[in-house]
Write a protein that binds this ligand. Structure first.
Ligand SMILES: [Zn+2]
Length: 487
């Protein structure tokens, strides 16, 4: 064979291999999941008019009741007023059975059409995070004013989480107006204290009053929503089926105090700063959860071919995809355990080197991460035996709910029915929610609010100018009414 022939043959092999690879990539990219079939919505529920005047006034008045729970204040300052408002405006006029538990939690029951079906529990919290005094003036409308303007209802708690309580109650009121019952029994569980950890709210429900839940088909809490910003061009109905584990460490160093005019290299602040510097630069190993795999698969199904090919061929493109996820704080938090230095503590005078300094490090571990292993790794990064590491808070690992089986399928079908334009995706939220109390007690729990939000709207939650759009209130009422009718 001539040299030229050999070369041509080799080239032929390369071209054939490349063509085969492209064929494999495209075939795999074409492997799309059939979306679930929508459920039948009873005609009146599919197209009723929401009584927006009533709903907006009820939400506005609810926001005007200041239910702030500052850290360290264990009892909500005005639980009876908040609960009385809900009872007066909705529960009592409808004659619904209810129970007030320990003077500060409310459980409302709505009978279902089919008594044989396990109840749907809708969880919400009525406490809100406080508004710092020096931030009040930065608000466009007073944080506890409940003002409706420019297509929004403004105020602390509008989105987190009073909006959903009102939408749920308004949905029940709407169904009654239509002469309809929910498909299965619905129980609203309305709790305080979520913003301070929930021990005496949802924690108390699970540990001391579990009977009020019945044996639920599902507990639905906040923690995710319809998201427009995660994949531009795609509306994602993100159902959080898990959450990360909240762990707080206290790092401390004790040394010899001294005068700042004659500093020592081994002074306590120096030792701790060097350790914190190493921690700040540290990134834990990457772990892609099965939920994240499912998330990527389902998103890929709805992307154009060019973007679908890498996502559907992760065996080949995993490195590039992971790099991309790791490049932004949000996605990065879904593929690894993270840590953040949040509090510095030490020193009293500018010319005195303190004997002891401390720092607080808040960690968020992926479901299933081993805390001891993480601590060993952190000790290795710090590499300084003088730094004492103490675990001061640990909310424990929360099991991830399966995204197969009857419960997920039914919920997904319901969301496909209610939001035909959305792609339903499972995810694990880096935040923490009250849902963990239920999930940790093996009660099936999803996190989803039927509101459409973007980055900007989310950044207002716990921040300045929290608000909910009037459209989201309407959408929320309709969504809950449909959900109750078909789930
Ligand atoms: Zn909340």
């Amino acid at each position: 064979m001539t040299r030229r022939k050999k070369l041509l043959r080799a080239l032929g092999v390369v071209v054939a291999l490349a063509a085969a690879l492209v064929a494999v990539l495209i075939v795999r990219a074409g492997d799309r999941r059939t979306p679930p079939r929508p459920l039948d919505v009873p005609a009146p529920v599919a197209e009723f008019e929401v009584d927006m005047d009533y709903a907006l006034r009820a939400l506005s008045d609810f926001i005007r009741i200041d239910t702030s729970t500052p850290p360290g204040v264990p009892r909500d300052p005005s639980p009876p007023a908040a609960l009385t408002h809900l009872l007066d405006r909705y529960v009592v006029p409808m004659g619904l059975p209810y129970e007030v538990i320990e003077d500060r939690m409310l459980v409302v029951t709505v009978a279902g059409e089919d008594p044989g079906l396990a109840p749907l529990v809708l969880l919400s919290h009525y406490d809100v995070v406080p508004v710092a005094e020096d931030e009040v003036d930065d608000w466009t409308h007073p944080p506890f004013g409940g003002v409706v303007a420019d297509g929004y209802l403004w105020g602390r708690g509008a989105m987190d989480n009073k909006g959903s309580t009102i939408c749920q109650l308004e949905a029940i009121r709407a169904l009654r107006g239509l002469g309809r019952r929910p498909r299965r029994e619905v129980r609203l569980v309305i709790v305080p204290d979520e913003e301070i950890g929930g021990v005496e709210g949802s924690g108390a429900i699970v540990s001391r009053h579990r009977e009020v839940l019945g044996d639920p088909f599902l507990v639905l809490d906040e923690g995710s929503a319809l998201l427009t910003h995660v994949f531009p061009g795609l509306l994602l109905a993100g159902v959080a089926v898990g959450e990360k584990r909240f762990v707080t460490l206290e790092l401390s160093v004790t040394g010899v105090p001294g005068h700042s005019s004659m500093p020592r290299r081994d002074a306590a602040p120096n030792v701790l700063s060097r350790a914190l510097g190493r921690l700040a630069d540290y990134q834990g190993p990457i772990r892609v959860l099965p939920t994240t795999e499912a998330f990527l698969d389902r998103v890929a199904d709805h992307l154009p071919l060019a973007r679908r090919i890498p996502l559907k061929n992760r065996w080949l493109f995993e490195g590039a995809i992971v790099n991309q996820l790791a490049s932004r704080p949000g996605p990065n938090a879904t593929i690894r355990d993270t840590l953040a230095i949040t509090i510095f503590d030490g020193g009293v005078k500018d010319n005195v080197i303190p004997a002891e300094v401390k720092a607080t490090v808040n960690m968020r571990l992926l479901p299933g991460s081993d805390l001891d292993e993480v601590l060993r790794r952190i000790e290795g990064v710090i590499a300084e035996p003088r730094v004492q590491i103490e675990v001061v808070t640990d909310w424990g690992d929360t099991p991830v709910q399966p995204t197969t089986g009857e419960r997920w399928d039914r919920f997904e079908s319901a969301l496909v029915t209610i939001f035909p334009d959305a792609v339903v995706v499972p995810l694990v939220t880096p935040g923490t929610t009250d849902a963990r109390y239920f999930a940790q007690a093996d009660i099936p729990t999803f996190r989803f609010l039927p509101f459409t939000v973007d980055d900007d709207e989310l950044s207002r939650v716990h921040g300045i100018d929290e608000r909910i759009s009037v459209d989201n209130v309407r959408q929320g009422v309709r969504a809950y009414a449909m959900m109750m009718s078909i789930l």
